[in-house]
Design a protein around this ligand. Structure first.
Ligand SMILES: Nc1nc2c(ncn2[C@@H]2O[C@H](COP(=O)(O)OP(=O)(O)OP(=O)(O)O)[C@@H](O)[C@H]2O)c(=O)[nH]1
Ligand SMILES: [Mg+2]
Length: 440
């Protein structure tokens, strides 16, 4: 049935040779970053720690970490020449295979570094693309990753072919003039091939979006909640806790690349769909954001975002900002958010009181232990359905109000005592005026 909906849309055949698990080459690397005058030493160190974690996730061994202080990158070589000369020598001594730069290099910067300093260089974006490549399991994720890879490659073909020319030139004739021409021609052919692949993949992704649109229409009545947050914050752990879905949870960056949706049962019985999705990271490559539009649509389309933060990580406030930046980039920054501080089982017992003062709206939870999940659910109901949980004591001469509440509010608790009827209700903000005088 579903297939018929997409008649006319091409099925893109994913290149099988590309998807054979990339053999983990025992690569070693130096990491380098620019620290601007606005960044403290600690900022730089933490940002390098994150790059190191990314490199390790990609199976690369880090042998050395370097930084250069400067206000802006060099246009031609990103770092200064003196810094690169020194780095090149150190890398040679340490026998490091490559240099990883903590930013996205322009194609010419990468080319110049390789040519002038004999350093094989990759950038932060390539490391993230590589991780995404190895993590992608479903057809949708693979298509999206492939699209980002090809978009990234397109302006960089010249660099790839210069490598090729140099090798051939080295073997055949030292000048390599004849073969250089061949590289130029090959670039044109490759450009056409890649552009064609990009077009086909875009069509395939469109068909996925179309399919998701149909599914979304079917769930139109349900309110949509989406989990967002920095990678490794605990989104999937919370998702599993709330829905018993069994989504993969790992102490690894980018364990989740696909979005999964499940029904969530609220006490009001109102239909709600919860989605788990890909994690964010600072400087998330824009090609990935663009290619993951089918997955990120889940976020854009949500009525409420649950923004999960790992508060056991010192940099959690920085992560909050980074996630908000990505939300802005995808146009999801005006969707209501509940901020959830996760992993409180790992922090000092003083922490909750301190953080509550700064973030009075935040809900502190432990997704592994289930701590405060009931508070979270109550908050979701409050924000999503405009409900407020109130404790009431209603005198016996107002029993008509009690029966009215049974019709219009969610009765969480009801106790008939001597001095009155004690109720705990989840009530819409619009109806609160009815019970204002009886709140205890
Ligand atoms: N101590 C503790 N660990 C937690 C908690 N919640 C999650 N974790 C751990 O944090 C790691 C990451 O959890 P995930 O649920 O995979 O995180 P995620 O946000 O889905 O990560 P990505 O899919 O990679 O973006 C796992 O090792 C979890 O066991 C918590 O409340 N306390
Ligand atoms: Mg996950």
């Amino acid at each position: 049935m579903q297939k018929e909906d997409f008649n006319g849309l091409e099925e893109y055949e994913l290149e099988p040779e590309v998807w054979e698990e990339v053999e983990k080459t025992e690569q070693t690397a130096f990491l380098a970053t620019i620290g601007t005058p606005l960044e403290t030493d600690k900022d730089i160190e933490e940002s390098l720690n994150e790059l190191e974690r990314l490199a390790e996730t990609a199976g690369i061994d880090v042998l050395g970490v370097y930084r250069q202080r400067r206000s802006t990158p060099d246009r031609a070589t990103y770092f200064g020449k003196g810094f690169l000369t020194e780095l090149s020598q150190k890398m040679m001594q340490a026998q490091a295979d490559l240099l990883i730069v903590n930013d996205e290099l322009s194609p010419s910067q990468a080319r110049n570094i390789e040519r002038d300093f004999q350093i094989k260089v990759i950038d932060r974006t390539e490391v993230i693309l590589y991780i995404f490549h190895n993590r992608a399991k479903t057809r949708e994720a693979k298509l999206q990753v492939r699209l980002a890879e090809l978009e990234y490659q397109l302006p960089r073909l010249k660099r790839l072919w210069e490598h090729f020319d140099k090798e051939r030139g080295g073997i055949r004739n030292k000048g390599g003039t004849a073969t250089r021409g061949m590289g130029e021609k090959q670039i044109e052919i490759d450009k056409r091939l890649i552009t064609d692949k990009i077009r086909k993949i875009n069509k395939a992704i469109e068909s996925i979006q179309h399919q998701k649109e149909t599914q979304r229409k079917q769930r139109e009545k349900a309110r949509k909640i989406c989990l967002v947050g920095y990678t490794n914050a605990g989104k999937s752990t919370l998702f599993n806790y709330l829905t018993q879905a069994g989504v993969l949870v790992e102490d690894k960056l980018f364990a989740t690349l696909d979005s999964t949706s499940r029904q969530l049962k609220l006490s009001t019985g109102y239909p709600v769909v919860l989605s788990d999705t890909v994690g964010f990271i600072s400087k998330l490559p824009h090609h990935l954001i663009a290619s993951f539009k089918a997955t990120l649509m889940e976020v854009q389309d949500a009525d409420l975002l649950l923004h999960i933060v790992d508060v056991s990580d010192e940099r959690f406030e920085y992560y909050i900002q980074q996630v908000n930046t990505v939300l802005q980039q995808i146009g999801a920054d005006s969707i209501p958010q509940i901020i959830i501080f996760n992993k409180i089982d790992k922090v000092d017992s003083m922490f909750p009181a301190v953080v509550k003062r700064r973030y009075p709206e935040a809900i502190l939870i432990s997704a592994v232990n289930g701590t405060n999940i009931d508070k979270l659910i109550a908050k979701i109901e409050e924000v999503l359905l405009g409900n407020k949980n109130l404790k009431l004591k209603i005198p016996y001469d107002k029993t008509s109000l009690v029966s009215k509440l049974h019709d219009i509010a969610e009765i969480l608790n009801e106790d008939y005592k001597e001095d009155g009827i004690y109720l705990e209700v989840g009530i819409s903000k619009d109806d609160i005026y009815l019970v204002e005088n009886y709140v205890i």
